[in-house]
Design a protein around this ligand. Structure first.
Ligand code: ACM
Ligand code: ZN
Length: 556
């Protein structure tokens, strides 16, 4: 046979294999930067061992995680570094063309090899493997398709923000969210711990922050933002909860073992109603007695004539905040501390003699500059403690130090301005990255925020690097973030519904090279593994793109 003939035969065999379905579809999300699938499988069974340098504790920890996963789905306990018929090797070596979080994964019928420059890379390789395996306890053969992956993320900041102030979520629920983030190679959980409607973190020096600030008088049937609806009747009940420092540390450790940094957000100077209900002396017009929180949007604050922002003219406010931040920094090892900074109602500062005196004494021109003074003063404290300040894009308005990082939520405007000033930027435009907003026609959806319809496709197609920036300025966009505010979300099931499948969409946007993204392919991969994996694990999700669901409902 001629060489061309051989080549034709070869092609024929390949297309035969493909048409017989022997070359498996690999459904990894985020889509790897480079993926080549070939025929055949590696079977994980009780004759398979993990092999790595046992003196490396990082690798040992990742191995333990993977052993736990395989045990959970199969009952098999993979031996570590023992004699075995075949091996899954992993090791740390810099691989050319693979960034600090990247990895190379090679699966052949006889072995799986993972190499990465860091423990993060090994962990991500294992997440890719997981998505080729069953998602629940099964008697199925654990067959990993033969393939070669060389993969690295596009952005270093791949974040998700969860608001636990409007509704409290248990530690278990937070850990479930962390597991989902880890599955999709996200690496930041931004934990919105304080707001007007509840303070959620134990602070030992100020026990009223949680004794008073973590609970509110909830009216049966209350719905946020519906101040003007029919007055609620019934007996209010105490509603809320908080995390002890010990629990918060457990969350931090659980996340760290899954390559996720927890960034705490302690809101200031606005959105601080729960703290000021507990310690009104730090607001502009403090009351002698703490006021109970109530369930309406800022309601108790307005009716008590109590500002929901700290008094910027009172030095004691800053000492109070510094004491809180000192305890926060002892719990959260993250480089960044998020101080909020959004939506400050400056009318209180306009009326407050102490705030006005501060403006005069510091030679400031207006309340915007007073906000700048406030943020700068807090930033100095954070920098002195080797922490970096992170805030919503309003922090740009009063002038900020160059070390501050800006999270752009009011569209991309703030992020673009900040990148032009060479601040690091995280893009989190509410449209389309707020997942508390509708994902489909509001007519058929549970109540959600109305401002835009953030469909799966719009989330998927979002690009965090706007064309308004030069190539050099684009480098200041360190990543992006989705967010869930929980005014309308009071259960874990509802949280899951708003999160999925939009979480994998943002994850792919933040990880996969632009030229490898493809919405149709993404939806096929969701259907190839992810919807089933969630369904089998009892995790709720929006079904619009679930083929089976769509087919079933069209038959009805
Ligand atoms: C925000 O949505 N107020 C940051
Ligand atoms: Zn004041």
């Amino acid at each position: 046979m001629t060489v061309t003939g051989l080549f034709r035969m070869h092609l024929l065999c390949w297309s035969l294999l493909a048409s017989l379905g022997l070359r498996a579809q690999v459904n990894i999300i985020p889509q790897p930067a480079n993926l080549q699938v070939s025929p055949g499988h590696f079977i994980i069974d009780k004759n398979t061992a993990l092999q790595f340098r046992p003196d490396n504790s990082d690798l040992a920890a990742v191995a333990k995680y993977f052993v736990g996963y395989i045990n959970r789905i199969s009952g098999i306990r993979l031996p570590l570094n023992g004699k075995a018929g075949k091996y899954i090797h992993f090791g740390l070596t810099k691989t050319k063309g693979v960034g600090p979080e990247g990895y190379q994964l090679t699966v052949s019928p006889t072995a799986i090899h993972i190499t990465a420059g860091s423990k993060e890379g090994v962990f991500y390789a294992l997440q890719s493997l997981r998505q080729t395996l069953p998602a629940i306890r099964t008697n199925e053969t654990l067959a990993v398709p033969c393939m070669k992956i060389i993969d690295s993320p596009r952005f270093t900041w791949r974040g998700f923000m969860l608001d636990v102030s409007r509704h409290y979520y248990s530690v278990d629920a937070i850990m479930e969210v962390i597991d989902l983030l880890a599955l999709y190679k996200m690496n930041v959980l931004h934990w919105h711990l304080t707001d007007n409607e509840g303070w959620r973190l134990e602070i030992k020096k100020y026990p009223k922050l949680t004794n008073v600030g973590a609970f509110r008088n909830e009216m049966p049937g209350s719905i946020f933002y519906k101040k003007d609806s029919v007055p609620l009747t019934g007996t209010p009940y105490r509603y809320g909860g908080y995390y002890t420092q010990q629990q918060a540390k457990e969350v931090v450790a659980y996340a760290a073992s899954r390559n996720i940094t927890v960034i705490p957000e302690i809101e200031m100077p606005g959105h601080s109603g729960a703290a000021l209900a507990a310690y009104p002396q730090f607001s502009c017009f403090g009351l002698a007695q703490p006021v109970p929180n109530s369930s309406t949007w800022n309601g108790h604050m307005d009716s008590a004539q109590l500002a929901v922002n700290y008094c910027a003219g009172n030095d004691s406010s800053f000492l109070f905040i510094q004491d809180i931040l000192a305890e926060v920094m002892a719990i959260f090892p993250s480089t960044y501390i998020h101080i909020g900074g959004d939506e400050v109602d400056k009318s209180y500062w306009k009326k407050c003699p102490r705030c006005q005196k501060r403006i005069r004494d510091e030679g400031l021109h207006n309340e915007n500059e007073l906000q700048g003074y406030f943020i700068n003063r807090v930033e100095k404290f954070l920098l002195a403690n080797n922490k970096k300040l992170l805030g919503w894009d309003e922090i740009l308005e009063g002038g900020i130090a160059s070390s501050a990082t800006v999270m752009s939520w009011r569209g991309e405007k703030g992020g673009i301005a900040a990148a032009k000033q060479h601040h690091d930027v995280i893009m989190s435009p509410s449209d389309p990255l707020y997942f508390n907003r509708y994902q489909a026609d509001p007519l058929h959806e549970p109540l959600a925020a109305r401002f835009s319809i953030n469909t799966l496709e719009r989330v998927y197609k979002y690009d965090p690097q706007p064309n308004a920036l030069s190539t050099q300025e684009k480098q200041f966009i360190i990543g992006g973030q989705a967010a869930i505010w929980t005014e309308f979300i009071s259960s874990v099931q509802q949280l899951e519904y708003m999160l999925l499948p939009r979480l994998p969409a943002i994850a792919e946007t933040l990880w996969t090279p632009l030229d490898k993204k493809n919405f149709t392919g993404f939806v096929d991969r969701l259907n190839g593994w992810h919807f089933n994996a969630w369904q089998q694990n009892g995790i709720n999700f929006h079904p619009a793109y679930f083929y089976r669901q769509a087919n079933e409902s069209s038959r009805k």
